[in-house]
Design a protein around this ligand. Structure first.
Ligand code: BGC
Length: 457
């Protein structure tokens, strides 16, 4: 094969997928999402997660599929509400089941990355105010300690918290997820508590195992000015970028939160609590300031939304308000994290789509940008596609427009079918390269885009 016929990845690069407990395990009756599902009103067609992908009983069958497809790593999460369903009750059987799952991954030569918090809280924690109450920090620490003591001999890669800013904005600013609030001061407290909890988890893990590699998964969005010639749109894009992408990371790397116009807040022991950083990358938005609406908002009785967030209609995009697919954004997001000076992982990247064709192209185009990033010296160690299989997509429930799996799941029968995207990804993982053969077989229309020009390889 000629040099230009493949984009090779570094030796030992980790290829895998990501899942989270509530989205795949099923019957998570002790967490706040389950409670919200029971209550109704928050989820697509009032659906309930129910058995989800029944991973509690059949994860190993899917581990076999991962192994067959050449995956070498998997990111999964531990469900706090299963380990500690009540304040004074620890379910050691549940912990045993996680030990079994992680051994199952190891037996198949699949390196586990373990997330300690992926959006859900035990109901009893939520009833005490959840992340908005600083008392959650010692509670979280106890849970982390239990889990890490039990799993540390099999786990090196720990991800403390998944997407803290998404949790805060969806749950406490937009009111779309539990606890369903729109309360800025609550959201602010929760963000600070999440940063503190990350720091405490970092030290707890290291006290138990000094070889551990601790990081977190940060949702990164590309914010572009809607009108390239309008300085105000640039300003809004920069502001969104700072708030949604960097405030939290600054807090845990520098140990202090600096919000515009407020006094700095020290985050105890947070400085330098990252050994790696994970990027969850999905979309781009165009943003800007609508002057007319802004002036209207100054006139009592005439209010208008003056901050604009949208997409270009002619650009490929996801359903609803999902945003635009923008492969180059993966490169840009990884690049913007270089300033934190730690190794990087793509801890999530995927596409909501009922059809698999767009997923194949999404995958190849994003992996090509990942390859470019590595060529340019970005220290990316692995890539976790979201997701291995279709699963419960939070407020979208089982809405068919929000299928993310490389493997299709029939939720009636629990049958699986590997999609073409799953085969594409399997070939890339096995070859440790995007080869011209793979592109020719699964997305021939991309051949000239990828291999036609003077690409480095
Ligand atoms: C979350 C996943 C979610 C995925 C797709 C990420 O923000 O971590 O739990 O399913 O996006 O929406």
């Amino acid at each position: 094969m000629q040099a230009t016929d493949a984009f090779h990845f570094p030796r030992g690069f980790l290829w895998g997928t990501a899942t989270s407990s509530h989205q795949v395990e099923g019957q998570q009756a002790n967490n706040d999402w389950w409670a919200a599902e029971e209550q109704g009103g928050m989820i697509y067609k009032n659906q309930r997660s129910g058995p989800a992908c029944d991973w509690w009983n059949r994860a190993e069958e899917d581990f076999d599929r991962m192994a067959d497809l050449g995956h070498r790593t998997h990111r999964l999460s531990i469900e706090w509400s299963s380990i500690q369903p009540k304040p004074d009750r620890w379910d050691l059987g549940a912990l045993d089941r996680y030990v079994e799952m992680i051994s199952g991954l190891r037996e198949r030569d699949i390196e586990p990355m373990v997330t300690l918090h992926h959006f859900t809280n035990p109901i009893w924690v939520a009833e005490r105010g959840g992340w908005a109450n600083e008392n959650i920090i010692p509670l979280f620490q106890k849970y982390v300690e239990r889990v890490v003591r039990r799993l540390s001999d099999q786990v090196t890669l720990w991800c403390t918290i998944n997407e803290p800013m998404v949790l805060v904005s969806q749950g406490m600013m937009l009111g779309l997820w539990p606890p369903g609030k729109r309360d800025f001061s609550m959201a602010r407290r929760a963000a600070i508590n999440l940063a503190r909890a990350h720091a405490v988890a970092y030290h707890t893990i290291h006290d138990i195992d000094d070889r551990a590699q601790v990081g977190l998964a940060k949702h990164m969005v590309v914010w572009n000015p809607d009108h390239i010639w309008l300085p105000t749109d640039h300003l809004v894009a920069r502001l969104f970028n700072f708030i949604s992408n960097h405030i939290f990371l600054r807090a845990i790397t520098q140990g202090v939160v600096r919000l515009p116009g407020t006094r700095p807040i020290r985050i105890d022991r947070a400085r330098g609590t990252l050994e790696w950083l994970g990027v969850n990358y999905y979309q781009r938005y165009r943003v800007g300031l609508r002057m007319r609406q802004m002036l209207q908002s100054l006139i009592p009785g005439l209010s208008g939304e003056f901050l604009y967030r949208g997409t270009r209609p002619d650009h490929p995009q996801g359903p609803g308000t999902w945003g635009e697919f923008h492969p180059r954004g993966l490169y840009e997001s990884l690049g913007s994290l270089m300033r934190y000076g730690v190794p990087l992982y793509v801890t999530e990247n995927g596409i909501p789509s009922q059809d698999d064709g767009p997923r194949v192209r999404f995958l190849i185009n994003h992996l090509h940008q990942l390859w470019n990033a590595i060529q340019d010296g970005f220290p990316v160690q692995g890539y976790y596609h979201w997701s291995l299989l279709d699963n419960f997509e939070w407020a979208e429930g089982y809405n068919p427009l929000y299928r993310f799996g490389l493997i299709e799941v029939d939720f009636e029968t629990q049958q699986r079918r590997v999609r073409e995207s799953g085969q594409t990804y399997g070939q890339i993982a096995q070859a440790n390269a995007i080869t011209r053969d793979t592109v020719g077989r699964f997305a021939p229309d991309l051949d000239s885009h990828l291999f036609g020009g003077n690409h480095r390889s």
